[in-house]
Design a protein around this ligand. Sequence first.
Ligand code: DGY
Length: 320
Amino acid sequence: MLDKIYITRKLPEEIVEPLREKFEVHMWHSEEKGMTYEEIKTNAKDVQALWTMLSDNIDRALIESLPNLKVISNFGVGFNNIDIEAAKEHGIAVTNTPGVLTETTADLTFALLLATARRITEVEQEIRSGNWTSWSPMQYTGMDVFGATLGIVGMGRIGEAVARRAKGFDMNVLYHNRTRKLDAEETYGFTYAELDDLLKKSDFVILLTPLTPETKGLIGERELNLMKETSAIINVARGSIVDEKALYDALVNKKIWAAGMDVFEQEPVPVNHPLLTLPNVTMSPHIGSASIRTRLAMMQMNSKDIEAVLEGKQPKNRVV
Ligand code: DGY
């Protein structure tokens, strides 16, 4: 009997085809609409491999309801949607897609930084809605990115790639991380700072840390109050790292100047979310790694790792 794979979102057939030669592959029918928790539980009940998306909540109860499971391969570098401890206890390998998305995600981070600083989405809306009726000297003015101080919270691979780009803009780069990156400090001239110090000094704060119990709610009212009134915060990591209610209050009360967000506490963002009413919030819909080439490369990584585990080999990108 062939091992079974379940894929929780419709993926391009060219990616899935090679797996079909060796395994029994089942795939959800929709590209846009994800599976519910119950649908995963039912559809994947006897599979050996589960190929998941970051929107799938793979908790202990779900893991324990899939007795034949050998591998969970998650589409993304983050894996906060999976109960890693439960997988480990049951000897289930968990894999992700690091590395291949680093530069693409750093590009998006920089795009969001520039768009936030120069109010790009807000002013585009002015043109589209016919509000741009005259040109005037201080109209639609924003903040300079070049020469500004950038504070990166979470100096992993993506953080370093963002910091390298920042150097091209003559930015002064501060970073905060669990461990110091002495080599990178020396090579690129980044400066380590304690979180409070980084928040006080930065013109732009970029969040790039994984979501863990320690980083959940890392940026709340106290932290936002430490930031400059002229500063902006950019979140491209995970929504729950920021307390969105506190962020809304900080923006309305002008404790900070603007925010750029690629990720949200709830995704997709509900259309009545208070942050959507603020013109100084620049948003994108969780597209950090969303270039065609990178998304296809991520799929290839998942596919190869699933194949490896099912063939009794070590997957390349094993989290546990
Ligand atoms: C990741 O890889 O974790 C990203 O958030 C997906 O775009």
